[in-house]
Design a protein around this ligand. Structure first.
Ligand code: G5P
Ligand code: MG
Length: 215
């Protein structure tokens, strides 16, 4: 089973991706994590992506698509994938469908986490990420047991460089003007599942499982 998580910045894609990957034994594939890893390592792709990322702009399609296709090549056949942050526009969605078809696979469901803009701002301002594996926390609603330390791997927690007021607004503008159109794309394919993302993390997860018929 291959799944896509669609949603604005701060809607909970990364949070739910981790839970669903564990529940269904899926390989998580987060485009933002791939970029942050490439930038931290200073690879050519990471260096090219950095200025776009730092502005909160979308990284050019050819660069992002190249990284995702490379990642798909590394996946074992037996397990499905859960994509978080990819695709973000029609061109990316078309490439993904074509590549999966070549592999004899397809997307089963695209899950849209619906959250109003005001709540997204609040969540991103309180978000902390772990240095080692990107585990996600929130100082208000999902704090770590020890401040500044990841519960799971004990690495340092930090705030992302694109989680500042102005950049958050810019990223949200791009989502609502461009990426949101993908809900129509997957609705036309009969694959869209919309979930109220304003609830607690556990309740959102339960709602997704119920819509997938796995609660
Ligand atoms: P990313 O890394 O994909 P965004 O901006 O799309 O980044 P982001 O910010 O990572 O998405 P998220 O994953 O949806 O948001 O949210 P999250 O981290 O799980 O949760 C946010 C906060 O809310 C956390 O504090 C969490 O604890 C809390 N929370 C989560 N769920 C719930 C819930 O259910 N209830 C409650 N109460 N709280 C919750 O992309 C970064 C950049 O990379 C480039 C772009 O430059 C982009 O800006 N990029 C691409 N460029 C081109 N094409 C692509 N496909 C690209 N993908 C990435
Ligand atoms: Mg994320």
């Amino acid at each position: 089973m291959n799944l896509i998580l669609l949603g604005a910045q701060g809607s909970g894609k990364g949070t739910q991706s981790a839970l669903l990957a564990q529940r269904f034994g899926l390989d998580p594939c987060a485009s933002g994590d791939l970029l942050r890893e490439a930038m931290a390592k200073g690879t050519p792709a990471g260096q090219q992506a950095r200025p776009y990322y730092e502005r909160g702009d979308l990284v050019p399609d050819e660069l992002m698509v190249g990284m995702i296709l490379e990642r798909l090549r590394g996946l074992s056949d037996a397990r499905g994938i859960i994509l978080d942050g990819f695709p973000r526009n029609h061109a990316q969605a078309d490439v993904l469908d074509a590549r999966l078809a070549e592999m004899g696979q397809s997307i089963a469901r695209a899950i849209y986490l619906e959250v109003p803009r005001a709540l997204l701002l609040e969540r991103l301002s309180g978000r902390y990420i772990c240095r080692a594996h990107g585990h996600v926390y929130n100082i208000e609603t999902n704090p770590p047991k020890t401040p500044g330390i990841c519960d799971i791997d004990s690495s340092e927690l930090y705030q992302r460089s694109d989680d500042t007021g102005e950049k958050i607004q810019h990223r949200l503008d791009i989502f609502f003007s461009e990426t949101l159109q993908l809900t129509d794309y997957y609705a036309r394919q009969g694959k869209l599942v919309t979930v109220d993302g304003t609830q607690s993390i556990a309740d959102v997860n339960h709602a997704i499982l119920a819509k997938l018929g796995a609660a």
